[in-house]
Design a protein around this ligand. Structure first.
Ligand code: AHR
Length: 494
């Protein structure tokens, strides 16, 4: 028989905390991500609270969504905030040029978003328009949202229904400035970032984190130039990396795939580690004290859209494979918390790798949602470094270790340990050595299913969902765990 996998948890070498913002979401004006997905309007037959879907709010609160990024994405650099305030019926109707060419009537604007974030209990990460609006427009938006009563903009806000300023803890200086955000060279983007950053001002004593538009995947030169030329003008910089099984032209289907596609998707998602390592290294050169945070402010799987849906709506199913993509990324994020202080999965509802899918008044929780649920006690917990030794899983040219793991000491004092077995065919026995950790009892939950592409539909919403896990035994500081094939397990040691 094969030797069991070995995992060592270094409870005596605590690493920086797993910032709750790493569980951030992204909600763009794209497809039915906003309209239909979170907003249905007060008159809708879909049960709602002030126009917001009740089922979606409840589901998001249950996983403690810490941050929502809005309004884009590509949409952000064509967004004019003034068109989205004031009486809804009078708002300007535009074409959403990025996403399907549909009309955008601006019913969901600043008030609707900021109040939504508050209702969910999440921080707002608002992305400004650098690509196509002048700096004063951005400056006025920030003033409108954050200034206390007094100025004309604060009065206008009050007249529109909100007297108290909102908190805007995170503010994006454009999005993908190298692409849809303005097709800029990094040198130009750095200058533009400096200029716009100079006009983002908040009242005395109010904090706003300015986040520069980051690189695409492994474009380290982008980070290099931005950090070198503009690094003092922002507090965070993004990076976007999407997991695409094949190519942009032919990405691969969300369900109905074979084991080669399973393996290639997981292998490709593991590239996240290399990219974060590379960008962090560049940042260390210009910011050795790690003042500037790295944020993976767009990540997740990107497949071909579901047959028959609008190609511009990026609507895709979500399977057990996405559950493993999620846990593997959380494990990677845990290894980089010295620099990585935020991430936003793309996207929250009905778009790309979403938490929730809706159809009229129906809603399903995706396998990805359930992994966010499993890992939620990582939020703000102290990361405990882990070493993993396991056999290799191979399929064609795709090779990876069968076991992936991470661990934190939660703010609740318990140890939470995520374990993934990527092998779809064989179980894996793991021996875990807990250094510097004392615990009396272990309990756990598991997400797995019979098929690699198992997923939840509106008719069968509970095919993939967590179950109690009883495959772990604790004796002293040793755990023995048997992970079923293709599974994600969260253990709690108390
Ligand atoms: O998430 C979809 C799109 O992907 C975003 O609008 C853009 O920033 C990225 O290219």
């Amino acid at each position: 028989a094969e030797a069991p996998a070995q995992v060592t948890v270094h409870g005596d070498q605590p690493a920086p905390k797993f910032d709750r913002r790493i569980f951030g979401q992204f909600a763009e004006h794209l497809g039915t991500g906003i309209y239909g997905g979170i907003w249905v309007g007060k008159g809708s037959k879909v049960p709602n609270v002030n126009g917001y879907r009740r089922d979606v709010i409840d589901a998001l609160k249950a996983i403690r969504v810490p941050v929502i990024r809005w309004p884009g994405g590509c949409f952000a650099d064509e967004y004019h905030w003034r068109e989205g305030v004031g009486p809804q019926a009078k708002r300007k109707v535009k074409i959403n040029t990025n996403w399907g060419g549909v009309t955008e009537d601006n019913r969901f604007g600043t008030h609707e978003f900021m109040n939504y974030s508050e209702a969910v209990g999440a921080e707002a990460y608002v992305s400004g328009n650098i690509g196509s609006a002048p700096p004063f427009e951005m400056a006025e938006w920030v003033e409108y949202m954050t200034s206390p009563t007094g100025s004309s903009l604060a009065k206008e806000r009050a007249a529109n229904g909100r007297k108290e300023p909102w908190k805007v803890p995170m503010f994006g200086l454009g999005n993908e400035l190298w692409g849809c955000g303005g097709e800029m060279r990094p040198e130009y983007a750095a200058d533009v970032t400096r200029r716009y950053s100079a006009f983002v001002k908040v009242p005395e004593g109010v904090k706003i984190m300015k986040i520069a538009s980051g690189a695409n995947s492994g474009d380290y030169n982008w980070t290099e130039v931005m950090m070198r030329e503009a690094g003092r003008q922002f507090d965070g910089i993004g990076v976007h990396y999407y997991t695409i099984p094949y190519t942009w032209g032919h990405k691969g289907a969300a369900t109905g795939f074979d084991e080669d596609q399973w393996a290639r998707t997981l292998a490709k998602t593991l590239k996240m580690d290399e990219y974060i390592t590379g960008h962090a290294k560049v940042m260390d050169k210009y910011d050795p004290k790690k003042r500037v945070a790295l944020l993976v402010d767009e990540w997740g799987t990107w497949y071909d859209v579901e047959p028959g849906t609008n190609p511009g709506f990026l609507y895709q199913q979500n399977s057990l494979r996405d559950a493993l993509v999620t846990s593997l990324n959380f494990d990677i994020f845990a290894r980089h918390t010295d620099r990585l202080r935020g991430a936003n999965i793309a996207q929250m509802v009905n778009v790309l790798q979403s938490m929730l899918l809706t159809d009229g008044s129906r809603m399903v929780k995706t396998p990805t949602y359930w992994v966010f649920d499993l890992y939620k006690d990582y939020q703000d917990g102290t990361v405990l470094p882990v070493d993993v030794e396991s056999r290799w899983y191979n399929k064609n040219e795709w090779t990876m270790r069968t076991v992936s793991a991470s661990a934190v000491r939660g703010v609740d004092g318990a140890i939470h340990m995520g374990l993934t077995n990527v092998d779809p065919n064989r179980p894996e026995t793991v021996t875990v050595k807990l250094d510097g950790v004392s615990g009396g009892a272990v309990s756990g939950r598991i997400v797995t299913a019979d098929a690699i592409d198992a997923h939840n539909t509106f008719d069968k919403p509970d095919v993939v969902k967590p179950a109690a896990f009883t495959g772990a035994t604790l004796s002293g500081n040793r755990l023995t765990v048997t992970l079923p094939p293709k599974s994600v397990v969260m253990l709690d040691i108390r």
